[in-house]
Design a protein around this ligand. Structure first.
Ligand SMILES: [Zn+2]
Length: 494
């Protein structure tokens, strides 16, 4: 046990002692300081600090006014307005317009009420010819394909471009026939299998859901562009192989006809490889059995040894729509889980310890929100938030904005969250202020309405007053109402 250090009366708060000049002071200075005379300089400073803290807005509440995770219940009219607003597909305007309740203006163009400022926006949008039709169509790209979601016709068209390379021994006629077989296999096996149902009645395409059509576009040329697959056809025996993220696949020249898998089961192997192109994994492997992944004993499944597309295989399509229609969650009919989409807003808590000789116990709180509807590269969902990090030993805390990226469409339900930000640590009598850049990585699993995992956070002070800190902890994130599937009231029965 160390003897408590006695503060010299001549110490002023500007001469921060080396041992205390950081957010995570060494443990041995933690024991109580010498008893101070009432009203001495340290006490006055402490009082002043406490005063400042009391006057600060609570960190989690201190969000910009435009940052509203839509916790309050919405009126039905507002729901309609939001739906119309969504159709304009202005992801950048989401922050300003979501959950806005403003005086209404009636318009004949749409059979609904639109808030005045949104009306202006709609008129601007309508100025472009053909815009009225395009409003119901959402186009985008994901991992290796393109989608077009029509929220009026309730159709999702998903297409991929495959660029075929053939051996010289295959002539032009044979190549054309092979590509044609590839298209029929993929489109026949994957289209119109399960409808995508919204989990709230107020969402587009409720209650019947969305029909999915898959379109394979084949080309006999080298791959062009960022999206698509290079399909190499070989005469050498191969069971078919799709590599991620290189986006090429190897097919046998016999895969244009179904492969006999034994026990009376056949498989259209090119359609199986398309499942990989949607980022799905094999269900027949020893690892699949070991982990007990869904489908490991489902022999006739397309990702196992047969041709059957199950509801679980439609999750990537459901995710596309859930990410397109903010606040709405879609799931394949027959699959109850709605756990795999990126939520709109969520709250997180991380508890951890600093990795040094005198571990400090740290609690981190974070509130963040999906930044629009678009995934970067079809994989990462950008998020903007606010975070506060507390050292529970000293009571010090730092706070500030964060920007993050979620990756949970790579391999459900595996979840990866990366975020950084700028965290301000105010000065106090024992320490100078610091401005910290965190690098936070969480890897874990996403469940229904929450995610959990192991978190590493590194902190570096750009002002140089504190050193580099490493924190290891456990993180849980909870989806907030407004981003969840059950937060919307169903529409009235007509
Ligand atoms: Zn496979």
């Amino acid at each position: 046990m160390h003897a408590p250090e006695i503060h010299s009366a001549t110490t002023t708060h500007r001469s921060y002692p080396q041992t205390t000049g950081s957010f995570f002071p060494p443990a041995h200075i933690q024991p109580k300081l010498a008893v101070n005379e009432p009203g001495d300089v340290h006490e006055q400073e402490a009082d002043a600090m406490a005063d400042r803290v009391m006057r600060m807005p609570a960190p989690v509440m201190g969000l910009p006014a435009s940052y509203k995770p839509a916790i309050q219940r919405k009126c039905e009219e507002c729901e309609k307005e939001e739906k119309l607003q969504r159709k304009t597909d202005l992801s950048a305007s989401d922050f300003a317009t979501s959950s806005a309740i403003t005086p209404h203006a009636k318009t004949n163009t749409h059979d609904a009420f639109i808030p005045a400022h949104q009306l202006a926006q709609s008129i601007q949008m309508s100025a472009a010819p053909g815009n009225m039709i395009q409003r119901a169509v959402h186009n985008g790209t994901d991992w290796a394909g393109r989608y077009e979601f029509n929220d009026t016709a309730c159709t999702l068209n998903y297409s991929q471009d495959w660029y075929f390379q053939f051996p010289d021994s295959m002539d032009a006629t044979r190549r054309t026939a092979y590509m044609s077989a590839a298209e029929s296999q993929v489109e026949g096996v994957w289209s119109h299998k399960h409808r995508l149902i919204p989990t709230a009645g107020s969402c587009p395409c409720s209650p019947d859901g969305v029909d999915v059509a898959v379109d394979l576009r084949t080309h006999n040329e080298a791959q062009r562009g960022r999206h698509g697959y290079s399909a190499n056809v070989t005469t050498a025996p191969t069971t078919g192989l799709t590599t991620l993220p290189l986006r090429d696949m190897t097919l046998s020249d016999t895969h244009d006809t179904p492969v006999n898998m034994g026990d009376g089961i056949t498989q259209q192997r090119i359609a199986h490889e398309f499942g990989h192109a949607l980022n799905m994994r094999d269900e027949y492997t020893g690892w699949a059995s070991f982990w007990g992944v869904p489908g490991h004993n489902d022999r006739t499944s397309i990702m196992h040894s047969g041709d059957d597309v199950r509801p679980r295989h439609y999750q990537p399509f459901a995710d596309i729509i859930s990410n397109t229609v903010e606040g709405c969650t879609y799931r394949p009919a027959g699959l109850t889980s709605s756990s795999l989409v990126n939520p709109v807003a969520r709250f997180g808590i991380t508890t951890g310890i600093t990795l040094d000789a005198n571990p400090q116990f740290v609690v981190d709180l974070r509130l963040d929100r999906r930044l629009g509807n678009t995934d970067l590269l079809g994989l990462f969902t950008p998020r903007l938030g606010f975070e506060t990090l507390m050292n529970t030993g000293s009571g010090n805390f730092m706070f500030g904005p964060t920007i993050g990226f979620d990756l949970n469409r790579f391999q459900h339900p595996i979840y990866l969250d990366v975020h950084t930000g700028l965290l301000y640590d105010p000065a106090d009598p024992t320490r100078p202020e610091s401005l910290n850049i965190p690098l936070s990585l969480t890897a874990g699993f996403r469940g229904s309405g929450f995610s959990g995992g192991v978190n590493y956070t590194g902190l570096v002070d750009v002002l140089g007053n504190s050193g580099y800190s490493h924190i290891l902890g456990v993180n849980f994130m909870f989806d907030l109402p407004g981003g969840g599937p059950e937060s919307r009231t169903p529409p009235p029965v007509p």
